[in-house]
Design a binder for this molecule. Structure first.
Ligand code: SF4
Length: 118
């Protein structure tokens, strides 16, 4: 059986939604968020994550996904990650305090070392 090594989450904060191909997520309640790791009750308590769930950003209030992705909400998010990373939510610092290739995509994570899966 393949042994999955636990990631070291105490490294430098490196936001994977900004620095890798980690994709945004669409929640079951109709909101776009920077990644699925922040769609949980613990993350919802964080001020910066809460903003993504404001009714004004609900999918029904916009014509296209890009309208939201190119709007003030996401622009402020990227700006914060790039210029003021110390303001990032604690949950982000935990998930993205590991190596950049840690769990970036299922493909990268599960199939990179295909020869190891036997
Ligand atoms: S945990 Fe936060 S910083 Fe990391 S990829 Fe997800 S949204 Fe971005």
């Amino acid at each position: 059986m393949m042994k999955i090594k636990k990631a070291d989450r105490k490294r430098k904060f490196q936001p994977k939604c900004l620095l890798t191909d980690r994709q945004p997520a669409f929640t079951a309640t109709g909101f776009l968020i920077p990644c699925c790791w922040v769609d949980n009750p613990t993350a919802w308590k964080e001020k910066k994550i809460k903003e993504f769930y404001d009714e004004k950003w609900h999918i029904d209030k916009h014509e296209t996904v890009l309208e939201i992705m190119h709007g003030e909400l996401f622009n402020d998010w990227w700006d914060m990650l790039e210029n003021r990373p110390e303001e990032a939510p604690e949950i982000c610092k935990r998930y993205c305090g590991s190596d950049l290739d840690d769990k970036v995509t299922k493909h990268d994570y599960f199939f990179k070392n295909k020869e190891e899966i036997k």
